[in-house]
Structure formats: C-alpha cells, structure tokens
Design a protein around this ligand. Structure first.
Ligand code: MRU
Length: 350
C-alpha cells in the first residue's frame, strides 16, 4: 500500500536485515524498524512492533531464515533447533507464525539460500492471498455498504492488502459507496490507531466506535455486513481472533447481520479439531491499566487509566464458534465455516 508516494509492505527482508513498519508508533510516527539478528525479530514480534497473523507469520519466517544465516558451524543443529523454539515462543495464537517457521526450517535443511528463498516466498504469497481475498470479498458488496470491522486486519496485519479490509479497498476503488465502522479494540487500540490510520490513508469514509457501541449500532440498523480477520481457524470452522470478536458475532446473529471472517488458508490449523484446542494468549495487565498517546512534542507516554490498586485480566483473543459465522472469505473463494468445506479447501492445490 502507498504511504505518501512510496509503496510499502508491512515487513520485508533485505540482505540479512528484516525491516518493518513500527506499528507501536502509529498513527503518530511512521518509522521503519530494522532487525539485524534473529533475536531482534523475535523481540519485534513479542513486543508487537509487528502484529497481525500474516505479518507475524512473514516476520517469523524471516527470523528463521536469519537464524540459518547466523548459525555457527560448531553446534549448528542445536543453534537452529533453539532458534526455532525461541521464534515459536514469541506469540502463541496466530497460526501463520508456526506455519512459516516450520516451512523455512524444513527448506533450510537443503541450504541457507533455500531458507531465505522460502521465507521470501511465504511473504510474497501472504500479499498475493490478501489481494485475492479482496477480489472474492468484494462480491459480497452492493453499491452502498456499511461495514463493521474489529481490530486491524488491514495491510498492516499482513504483508500487503490485508484480509478484512482488502474487500473494502477493492469496493472503494470500484466506486462503491463504502462506510466503515472501526471498533476501537481496547486495550491496545488496533482499530482506533491502525485501522483508522489505514482508512484515512486510503480516504475511505469511516468512524471509530467504542467497543461498547456495537449493539446500539446494529440496533439502529447501521450495519450491513461484519468482516473480521482471524488468527487461527480450527478444522470445524471455529475462529480465534482479537478479543471482542465473539461479542460482535453474537450480536450479528441477534440482529441478523451477516458475519464473515476473512483469512488465507495458511491461518487454518490442520491439526486443530475445534476452538477448545486453540491456545489463547494472555498479555500483561499493564495493557489494560495504562493507555498511551503523544505529548505536544510527539513523544509517546503511558498514563494509568485504571484505579490505583486494581488489577486487570487481559486475554488477547477469543474463539467464535463456527455456528455464528456466515462464511470464510479465503484466497480460493468464499466457503462455509464447516468441517467439510474446510477439508475440501485444504485439499485444493494452490
Ligand atoms: O494481537 P494482534 O494485533 O496481533 O492481533 C491481530 C488480530 O487478532 C486481529 O483481530 C486481526 O483481525 C486478525 S489479523 C490476522
């Protein structure tokens, strides 16, 4: 996507350096963060400098390739095994991370060059899948659509284009009248900070809504379609996504609004039978206790917004059961969130 006159991807690898848009500084500063070694890339994933399933997956694949470039000849196998474990421990829920690490680790058994090529191919495919999701998702759009989304599943969450936002970009380019409601997504504010920034950048009409306003918005008849992303999809169609997705799915059912999940096939976990088997990340309570923003000089500060002495509970994801999902928008087409359709999708060649 373009920022100013320049086309950017969210994350890419140049030589042995992994470069990424620093998402913790958006929307206030646009800066590129460089990771020169594999453990810098691990830190960037854990600290959410890069976030969103596809972008995490691409970064993890690059980190594994960096590990191959760094591995000493003495104790090489042990180094690579430890590196793989370390990358896999950065964040537990997004399936794309494990998918990418496994593929690059496997390719690296042939040569270092194969590891790097595989990591580049995973990133390129992520962007291409997202572009195709935009094409298929746009088929759900009439000439005039009001869409509710959650968190950020735009191009910042992938290598390019995004998933939930990709059909919105296509519809807008085709001249359809699109209005997007972006849930702010506490505690980290991916909707308020990142989705809003992306939509503004593309000049797409949007409003940020408090997470608590979804029922009222739907009750007022202002939502035609809900589209969210996914971090992991089980074989039975249950979907793990940003905390608060389940609330929206329940409300969409109640108000009879179609609820779609947009994700590439790489987000489907072929060994996960249902949502109960998905590991949900719990993050630091500080994300709830503190909020951040810039001062007049643009320096970002945190301030406490919760009563002193109170603690917080901070699960980062929830699981939406397949029965609440109208369909999955994938790079191969739109399918129902059912075991048979998912199995058929996984069996399709690329
Ligand atoms: O914790 P994040 O920001 O990495 O989580 C990303 C999400 O869960 C989003 O909900 C998004 O919709 C899915 S992006 C693959």
């Amino acid at each position: 996507m373009k920022v100013g006159d320049h086309h950017y991807q969210t994350v890419w690898m140049e030589g042995a350096t992994v470069r990424m848009i620093h998402q913790n500084e958006l929307p206030w500063h646009f800066r590129i963060h460089d990771c020169n070694r594999f453990n810098d890339s691990c830190d960037a994933i854990s600290n959410m400098v890069v976030r969103g399933a596809g972008a995490i997956g691409a970064t993890a694949g690059f980190a594994m390739a960096q590990a191959f470039l760094e591995a000493p000849s003495d104790g090489r196998e042990d180094f690579l095994y430890q590196a793989k474990k370390m990358i896999e421990s950065t964040r537990p829920t997004a399936r794309n991370l494990f998918y990418a690490v496994e593929k690059v680790f496997h390719a690296g058994q042939e040569s270092i060059e194969s590891a790097v090529n595989e990591a580049q191919a995973i990133a390129a495919k992520d962007a291409d899948d997202s572009r195709k999701i935009g094409y298929f998702g746009n088929k759900l759009f009439g000439r005039k659509m009001r869409i509710l989304t959650h968190c950020n599943a735009g191009w910042l969450a992938f290598v390019d284009y995004g998933t939930a936002l990709s059909p919105i970009y296509v519809a807008h380019q085709q001249g359809k009248e699109v209005m997007v409601y972006a849930g702010e997504t506490r505690p980290r504010g991916q909707g308020a900070r990142l989705t809003a920034w992306e939509l503004q950048n593309e000049q797409i009409p949007h409003l940020v809504i408090p997470d608590t306003a979804v029922a009222s918005l739907m009750a007022a008849g202002k939502v035609d379609l809900v589209i969210t992303g996914a971090d992991r999809i089980a074989l039975n169609g249950d979907v793990a996504n940003k905390i608060g997705t389940l609330d929206r799915a329940i409300l969409a059912k109640h108000f009879k609004v179609p609820f779609y999940v947009a994700a590439p096939t790489s987000t489907i976990d072929p060994v996960c039978r249902n949502g109960n088997a998905i590991v949900i990340e719990h993050r630091s309570q500080d994300e709830v206790l503190f909020q951040e923003g810039p001062d007049a000089e643009g320096n970002i500060h945190k301030i406490r917004v919760v009563s002193p002495g109170s603690d917080a509970w901070n699960p980062a994801f929830d699981v939406t059961p397949s029965k609440l999902i109208t369909g999955l928008i994938t790079e191969k087409g739109i399918i129902s969130a059912h075991h048979q359709s998912i199995k058929a999708l996984l069996n399709q060649s690329n």
